[in-house]
Design a protein around this ligand. Structure first.
Ligand SMILES: [Zn+2]
Length: 249
């Protein structure tokens, strides 16, 4: 039974309503995908605004009533929410959810559905508290203060976003998702993580020296490079030059 735009079932599980909303939201996300991809299109900040304007409204419509549904029912909308954020930020599917939320400045859907928190504008505090309680907090100290990035072409913006979120498709990550047979770097014989690529891999020693020369420093720190490349145009183009010269991404 549909009353004022919400489907009610006999057991008040709202499954029918969530199925309807998820289908409608995914359809709209499909239209929005025409505005940007991983290598082209609008910037993250604009895509996030569009996603929030077009999809958040239908996803959270009637949340005062539907928030009483169980977490299993909300899972469908959670998937839609995560798909929207991955699309807007240009992040790959293997990005950890807390990292994705910190990068995009969003909060978990199960907190958003409690509209009181949104109405009283505590979203930023809520996001910070959630982020600091995750296991990723200590490894990503540069997030989320690096979310307000300068506007760059989509391709470059996504390279930097993936560097910040340690989701560049290195062998360690591809091995994790079953796309590589080994996580080890062929040259160095150690785990080929994003940190390894940027800081220690022997293959890119010359490129790293060039990067160090253009930044005027000898030793690198991952968090420092991520933070400074967000705010400093010269460092940003030097880091992008390094990443593009690897011919891996
Ligand atoms: Zn290596």
């Amino acid at each position: 039974m549909k009353v004022l735009g919400i489907f009610f079932s006999a057991n008040l599980s709202f499954n029918c309503h969530f199925n309807y909303v998820a289908k409608k939201a995914l359809k709209r996300l499909g239209y929005l995908r025409a505005l940007g991809g991983s290598y082209w299109g609008a910037n993250t900040v604009h895509l996030l605004r569009l996603v929030n304007a077009c999809i958040r409204s239908i996803r959270e419509f009637g949340a005062e009533v539907t928030s009483y549904a169980g977490s299993t029912s909300w899972r469908k909308l959670k998937v839609v929410h995560h798909n929207c954020l991955l699309f807007a930020a240009g992040l790959p599917r293997w990005t950890p959810i807390p990292v994705m939320l910190a990068e995009t400045g969003e909060i978990r859907l199960r907190d958003r559905k409690d509209l009181r928190k949104v109405i009283f504008r505590v979203q930023a505090d809520q996001g910070r508290i959630q982020w600091e309680s995750t296991k990723y907090f200590r490894s990503f100290t540069h997030l989320p203060k690096t979310t307000k990035t300068q506007l760059l072409p989509r391709r470059k913006e996504i390279l930097l976003t993936r560097l910040r979120t340690r989701s560049l498709p290195t062998k360690a990550i591809l091995f994790k998702v079953g796309l590589e047979s080994s996580p080890l770097c062929r040259q160095c014989g150690i785990v080929d993580s994003n940190d390894h690529l940027l800081l220690t891999c022997n293959v890119f020693e010359q490129l790293r020296n060039n990067l160090g020369a253009s930044l005027g420093i000898g030793a690198f720190h991952y968090d420092w490079i991520c933070t400074i490349s967000t705010f400093n145009r010269r460092v940003c183009s030097a880091v992008l030059h390094f990443l593009q010269s690897t011919n891996l991404f």
